[in-house]
Each structure stands twice: as structure tokens, then as C-alpha cells.
Design a protein around this ligand. Structure first.
Ligand code: NAG
Ligand code: NAG
Ligand code: NAG
Ligand code: NAG
Length: 401
């Protein structure tokens, strides 16, 4: 009995020390963030255990846990909400009920989840899109693109491109009474990656050039060349996301091989031929001094990984890889970065590069913020930060779209 109790006690202690992460000093609502962080790490641990004993795959366990917050399409007094499809790809539409004389703006919403998890039906996103539709009198289109690893790169991107091109047809815009000159593409986290890429692709396509008025990128990941940016190092243990978790999930968008995440963790995953691309993501050139702190730039270690993944040098995976002339024509851009976020520097580098070529950027840096804030605006976890960010974003749309 005593021995069993001791074992249980030791297990509890090792579990708690595994999930415990010291929080940065100036974080907002520290206790709530610590709880979220503990939940994320516990889910990660459970998923890893299930995978190790062969019960269920890591990502499948996480997908089941994530789906607990999915909602049905429910209309209310202001907005009609329907699930349908555009070219066989599921979309959720938010159509304001209010009568209006003029055509409406539209927001295309691309959800986050590391290309592996998530849906537009997650309750926090559903609230966000409903509120956007009502406040702006806008049509909102959420896209449920195909997920990895079942559908690896570029499935997610292709689905987003199809849906948006379908929506941009004059007859479809007319059906929903959308003003073709007031369309924004928005995404959070990996949805921000997809939003940035789709916007680049459309803007560099002669048939779609100039059709998107604005892009809104919320704490996006924007490159997979360098996994050792200063923010990747400073926030490798969280809060909320750890470097190991995110690399494991993001690699599934490329391959299920285990050698890639292992090499990416050491930042030794890029091939020799990619040397010329590092100038596009060089934090030493593009990060504001304030964020360089005492980090020292080290040259990339290339060609260590024998397996070759051509996708890794594709700008459709890492939107930071396009050259300046392709960036130049991008529309009005809203980027949110959070201080305590592993992806902070991806956003900061994109902002520098966009501003260098004259793209108009509104930068919202949340000094006390953590990754994923917009997802924490519905039961059971409300972060004030998430609610504030949601308001800031909607205000920006009201003024700019
Ligand atoms: C409908 O819109 C009004 C005015 O914006 C708002 O006060 C009300 O809460 C909205 N109803 C719902 C269910 O969101
Ligand atoms: C990155 O920038 C630093 C400082 O400007 C420079 O010394 C280094 O050669 C650059 N490295 C790459 C791979 O572009
Ligand atoms: C890569 O391939 C070379 C030659 O085929 C081999 O000598 C080396 O051990 C391999 N490295 C790894 C990490 O597998
Ligand atoms: C930028 O990239 C595009 C597409 O890869 C290419 O056609 C163009 O020549 C490049 N421009 C410069 C200045 O390198």
C-alpha cells in the first residue's frame, strides 16, 4: 500500500514538473494562461502515450480533443448561419439579416490548427465570425480545408484557393450581394500562413490581381527554413505551444517520416541547395534591434538530412520565401504579433520585408500576449486578451474594409 502510494506520488510529481512552465513576468492573466498551458501539455502527453503504446495516432488523439469545441451552424436574430460547400469544399457562411441598400464587404476566414487540427466550427471562431458579420454587415466565409497528414501539402492551400476563386466569381458575389472591391482574407496561426500564401498567389495571378482589398494575419507562422529564430528559442517551452509540439505537427503537413521532425528540432533539415533562400528569413537583417537581444546569428547547417523534401523550399509552404518584387504588389495588411509567442519573429520579419517594399501594414503587437489568443474567447476559457484582440481586429476591419 505504502509503495503504491509512493509510486502514485512520484508519478504526480513528475507529471506536474513536466507540465509546469515558469511564466514570463509581464503576461496578462497569468493563472489562466498557466491553466491553458497545462491543458495543452497534458493533451500532448496523453497523445504521445497513446501513440507510443499503439492505441491511436498522436494527431488523432489531439483531433478528438480539439473537436470537443465544435458547434453546429445556428442562426440568430442578426445573422443566418449555414454550412454548405463551394466546389465540394465545406464552407460556413454568415449572412447578415439586416436589409441594406448597398453591397456588403466580405471576409474569408481560414482557421488555424497547424494544418492538422481545427475547423471553422470551433466555438471561438464561430463567435468571432458571427460578430464580424453583424458588426460590419459583412458576409463571412469560413473554409474547412482538408487536413494533414491524410491530405498533405498542398491540399489545404489548394482548397482555400478553390473556394476563394469560386467565391470571387461575379455571379457568386452578386448572389450574396458582396461588393467585389471590399474583400479581406483573414487567418490565424497556420490559417495566417495560408491567408498570406493565398493572397500572394492571387495577387501574382493576372486574372485575380487587385481583387483582394486586405489581408489580416493573426500571429502567423511564415517560414520553415529556420527553426531557431530568437522567439523560437525564447518560447520553446511555451506558454501554450512548445517548439517540439509545433514542429511535430507542422512536419505532418509535409511527411509522416520521423526523420524530418528530428532534423527540424536540431535546425538541420534544409538541403544544401537552399542556401540562397536564407536571405529572405535572416532575422539578423529583419528583426528590430529590440528583439535581437543577446542572440547571435549562426549560419544554417545544410545538407545533413539525406532524405529530400522539395516542399521545404516552396514559397507556398513558407510565404517569406518570395522575392521583393512579388511582395510589392500585396494589398493593405494587418498583422498581429504576440510578445510571448514562438511565432512572434515570423510576423516581425514579414512586417519588415513588407514595409521595405512599401506595402501598407498595420502592426498590432500585443505586449502581454500569447499565441492563439483568438481561440480563447469562449467557454471554458476566456482570456481578456482574446476579447480585446477580437475587438481590435473588428475595429480595424470597420475602418479599412
Ligand atoms: C444582434 O445585434 C444587436 C445589435 O448589434 C445586438 O445588441 C444583439 O446582441 C445581437 N444579437 C445576438 C444574438 O448576437
Ligand atoms: C544574415 O545576416 C547577417 C547580418 O546581416 C550576415 O552576416 C549573414 O551573412 C546573413 N546570413 C545569410 C545566410 O543570409
Ligand atoms: C547520409 O548518406 C551518406 C551516404 O549515403 C551516409 O554515409 C550517411 O551516414 C547518411 N547520413 C544519415 C544521417 O543517414
Ligand atoms: C522574383 O520571383 C519571380 C518568380 O519566381 C521571378 O519571375 C522574378 O524574376 C523574380 N524577381 C527578382 C527581382 O528576382
Amino acid at each position: 500500500m505504502g509503495f503504491q502510494a509512493l509510486c502514485v506520488g512520484l508519478l504526480c510529481v513528475s507529471f506536474l514538473s513536466y507540465i509546469y512552465t515558469p511564466m514570463p513576468d509581464n503576461i496578462e492573466e497569468t493563472w489562466k494562461v498557466m491553466a491553458l498551458d497545462a491543458v495543452a501539455k497534458t493533451c500532448n502527453l496523453v497523445a504521445t502515450l497513446c501513440d507510443n503504446i499503439g492505441l491511436m495516432k498522436y494527431e488523432d488523439v489531439l483531433a478528438i480533443l480539439a473537436s470537443a469545441h465544435f458547434t453546429k451552424p445556428v442562426s440568430d436574430e442578426n445573422v443566418t448561419v449555414i454550412d454548405t460547400d463551394f466546389c465540394d469544399i465545406p464552407v460556413r457562411l454568415y449572412l447578415p439579416k439586416r436589409k441594406s441598400e448597398r453591397r456588403r464587404p466580405a471576409v474569408i476566414f481560414i482557421h488555424g490548427g497547424a494544418f492538422v487540427l481545427g475547423s471553422y466550427s470551433k466555438s471561438a471562431y464561430d463567435d468571432l465570425n458571427r460578430l464580424t458579420a453583424n458588426k460590419l454587415d459583412a458576409v463571412v466565409v469560413g473554409i474547412d480545408y482538408r487536413l494533414a497528414p491524410k491530405y498533405p501539402f498542398p491540399a489545404a492551400l489548394e482548397d482555400c484557393v478553390y473556394v476563394i476563386k469560386f467565391f470571387l466569381q461575379e455571379k457568386v458575389l452578386a448572389k450574396y450581394r458582396v461588393d467585389p472591391s471590399r474583400i479581406c482574407i483573414m487567418g490565424d496561426s497556420s490559417g495566417g500562413t495560408l491567408a498570406a500564401t493565398v493572397t500572394q498567389l492571387l495577387q501574382n495571378d493576372p486574372n485575380f490581381k487587385g481583387r483582394i482589398k486586405a489581408q489580416a494575419l493573426m500571429y502567423p507562422g511564415l517560414q520553415s527554413l529556420d527553426t531557431f529564430l530568437p522567439s523560437h528559442q525564447e518560447y520553446q517551452h511555451g506558454p501554450v505551444l512548445t517548439r517540439e509540439m509545433i514542429i511535430k505537427l507542422l512536419c505532418l503537413y509535409v511527411t509522416e517520416d520521423q526523420v524530418l521532425p528530428q532534423a527540424a528540432l536540431r535546425n538541420e533539415h534544409m538541403p544544401e541547395e537552399s542556401r540562397h533562400l536564407f536571405k529572405f528569413v535572416n532575422w539578423s537583417d529583419f528583426l528590430p534591434e529590440k528583439y535581437k537581444k543577446n542572440h547571435v546569428y549562426t549560419e544554417p547547417v545544410l545538407g545533413k538530412l539525406n532524405a529530400s523534401y522539395p516542399v521545404l523550399v516552396d514559397s507556398r509552404l513558407s510565404p517569406l520565401l518570395v522575392n521583393d518584387s512579388q511582395l510589392q504588389s500585396l494589398p493593405l495588411t494587418y498583422i498581429v504579433t504576440c510578445e510571448h509567442d514562438i511565432f512572434r519573429d515570423d510576423g516581425l520579419i514579414y512586417i519588415s520585408r513588407l514595409r521595405n517594399v512599401g506595402v501598407q501594414v498595420t502592426h498590432e503587437h500585443i505586449e502581454k500576449g500569447v499565441h492563439g489568443a483568438l481561440s480563447f474567447t469562449s467557454a471554458p476559457v476566456f482570456l481578456n486578451l482574446g476579447l480585446k484582440l477580437r475587438d481590435k481586429y473588428i475595429n480595424w476591419l470597420e475602418e479599412n474594409l
